[in-house]
Every structure is written in C-alpha cells, then in structure tokens.
Design a protein around this ligand. Structure first.
Ligand SMILES: Cc1ncc(COP(=O)(O)O)c(C=O)c1O
Length: 388
C-alpha cells in the first residue's frame, strides 16, 4: 500500500467513518434554549446577563482572575497590545508558525512583527534559541531592550499555543524577565490546555482566547482577554465598550474606545458550549488516543503528543512526517482531501506572506522544516464519544 493509503486507512480506523471535516462545532447541549431565552429577553447586543455569565464561567474554568469577552480573538489581541502601551515602531517577537491574526494585531498598532523560531517538542516558541538570539542582537538601554541593528525597542513577546499544545511558558517568562519584555499569550487555540495544572493564557501579562467556529468551543465569533488584576480588568472592559461613561441617560466617552464587547447573543451560545467543554475535552483526548494507537506501526510519520506535565486540549491533531519523508506531504493532502477526509498543511509561514516578508526575523529553520512536515487531521469532538 502506498503511504497516503496507509494514512487514509489509519484515519478511518480511528474515527470509525469514511469521511470527515477538519473541525466542526458540536451543538448538543443547551444552545437553542439559551439562544431563545436571549432573543426573548430582547438583550441581544453588548449588554445582558449571558455576557456576564460567560465571563464568570470562563474565569472559573481558566482560573484567570478576570475575563473580558470580546467580538473575536483578533480584537482581543489588538486590545491586549493597545492596553500594554505598544507604540508605532515597537518590535514585537512573534512566531512565524502562527495564524495571520497574531501578526495583523501587531500591525494594527503600527508596531513591527519580529519573527522568531519554534521548537519541535511543543510547536511553540523556543526559549533557548530566542534567548541566544536576543543576546546577539539586543542591548539594554534605560531598561528597554533595543535591537542593535534597527535601533527600535523590542517591547513584547507573543507565545502562541499551537493547535492547543502549550508552549514552554516557564522558559518564555524567564526570557521576559531577563530582557524586560511584556508577555501576551495567544491562547486562541488552547482553551482547556494546562501546564502543571495552570491554564494557558494566565502566565503572561495578558492572555487571549478565540471562540471562532473552528475552535474547541464557539460563540459564532468571539474572543476573550484573560487578566490578572482588577485595575487592568476595569480599564480593559471600558476600552472594549467604546469607553462609555456610565450614566442612566447621558452618552459620553472619555477616550478613543473600541466597539469590541461580545454581544449577548454570542455569549448565550458560549454559556451552553462552556457547559459541554469538559466532555469535549474527553472526546478529543479519546480521539487522540485512537490516532496514537492506529499510527503507531507506521515508520514514516508520528502523531504529535503533549509534553510531560503539559496537558493539551488536542484541539487539532497533527501528524508529523518523520525527517526524510517530507516529500509525501502533497500526495497525502491531495489523496485525503480527494476522498472527503479533510486534512490541511500548516499556515504559510507569516514571514513569507507579501505584507510581512520585509520585517526582521531570526533564523527560522525549525519553522521551515516543520512547515514541510506537519499535516492536521480531522479532530472534531463529535467524531468520538467521551465516556470511556
Ligand atoms: C493562533 C491564533 N491567533 C488568533 C486567532 C484569531 O482569532 P479569531 O479568529 O477569533 O479572530 C486565531 C484563530 O482564529 C488563532 O488560531
């Protein structure tokens, strides 16, 4: 059997059906009930009980001290950067191995994405190599890390928990302390992922989540900012609500705010989805275990597994072609998609996109190598049951 046929047979064995999308939402809880209640209440925009409830439930689940729900993950990243005081021409360290939103949010602030490399064990930023790189290119002036070559301040770092797998946050926080960097965690994909029991997105100065339709839970479109203290929470909530000052009838605003707050209708969906999250997490882990077993006898490919002490939500399972087998990627993608099993390569690396090709970057060999070897395979929670 050729390799793509082996992959197809192993995927079918794991999911128990012949065809599957990459990731579909699952609405088998109180979604319709909540939506009806929300519509009946007439509070469908940014004010209403579901938004507050959704934020409280997220606070409880993630252990973050405070949460502000917003319209999507991209706006959450934008606000996190604006609130952190990022200014035009500040350089922000981000993985090239990410969805385009990570870089776009930096550009919305007229700041400069500076692309850094990942490590194979986590698919996230590599603390050791970034540390060495910053020693080489950086100099601390008045407590600010400055890029010796561009003379611009390097102000922040955005680790991204890729496909739900946690980044080595201990290593990233060490670097941030050493070089005086703000840490904004892009946990868009990692709701339900933990490091030594602590939720991803709660290690940095701020963290963000996404509830896009392809994520582990969805609000249609939605996002959230995870916040460590009450002062930041109040200010961020204000900023995302057009900076409107509370008054029973007067309409006044005290700064240029953003209309980013999550509508009640989306939060109604989110509350039902959050109730199902523990079950989705079990279903996803069961699917991962099926894949793990099915792929164990193939010598040309490995299934990505969480690191010790790290608990992944297994949002998107990833096959990694073993070194020397990258030439199989295109055929596997064509054959699987051709018969209705949706698979996908990783995003084109951000530093290769036309609008990002001229920005600063370190050696990105590991990202490039993994770009050639990673294939995502069907990962919907609904493909499998959660009770075994
Ligand atoms: C890594 C990453 N960052 C940011 C986002 C942006 O989230 P949204 O689509 O909700 O704007 C996404 C996903 O869509 C993502 O995967």
């Amino acid at each position: 059997m050729k390799e793509s046929e082996l992959i197809i047979s192993r995927i079918r064995k794991s999911i128990g059906v012949d065809t599957a999308n990459l990731h579909e939402p699952l609405f088998d809880g109180n979604e319709l009930y909540n939506l009806k209640e929300c519509i009946d209440s007439s509070f469908v925009s940014s004010v209403g009980k579901f938004v507050d409830k959704f934020e409280n439930k997220l606070t409880e689940f993630t252990g973050s001290k405070f949460v502000v729900a917003v319209v999507n993950g991209t706006s959450a990243l934008h606000i996190a950067l604006v609130y952190s005081g990022i200014e035009p021409n500040d350089e922000i360290l981000i993985p090239t191995f990410s969805f385009v939103a990570t870089a776009n949010a930096v550009r919305y602030c007229n700041a400069i994405p500076h692309f850094v490399d990942i490590e194979e064990r986590t698919l996230g930023l590599c603390p050791k190599r970034i540390n060495d790189y910053l020693i080489e290119i950086g100099i601390i002036k008045n407590n600010v890390l400055v890029n010796k070559y561009t003379q611009r301040p390097i102000r922040a770092i955005i680790p991204m928990h890729c496909f739900g797998h946690p980044v080595d946050m201990e290593g990233i926080i060490d670097i941030a302390k050493r070089f005086n960097l703000i840490v904004i965690e892009d946990a868009a994909e990692s709701l339900g992922s933990f490091i030594k029991g602590r939720h991803t997105g709660t290690f940095g100065n701020l963290g963000i989540l996404s509830f896009n339709g392809n994520k582990i839970i969805t609000t249609g479109g939605g996002g959230a900012i995870l916040i460590n203290n009450e002062n930041d929470f109040k200010k961020i909530k204000h900023l995302t609500s057009t900076a409107k000052l509370y008054h029973k009838w007067e309409f006044s605003h005290d700064q240029v705010g953003y209309n980013y707050r999550m509508p009640n209708l989306n939060a109604a969906l989110g509350c039902a989805q959050l109730d199902s999250l523990p079950r989705f997490l079990k279903q996803k882990r069961n699917l991962y275990n099926n894949y793990k077993e099915s792929f164990s006898d193939l010598n040309f490919v490995s299934l990505f597994s969480e690191k010790e002490n790290f608990q992944s939500n297994y949002w998107l399972n990833a096959l990694i072609l073993n070194p020397g087998f990258q030439h199989l990627k295109e055929d596997i993608l064509a054959e699987t998609n051709g018969i209705g099993i949706m698979t996908r390569p990783v995003w084109n690396l951000l530093h290769t996109l036309p609008m990002y090709k001229d920005f600063p970057k370190m050696n990105l060999d590991i990202s490039q190598d993994l770009f050639e070897r990673v294939i995502n395979i069907p990962s919907s929670a609904g493909l499998i049951h959660g009770n075994n």
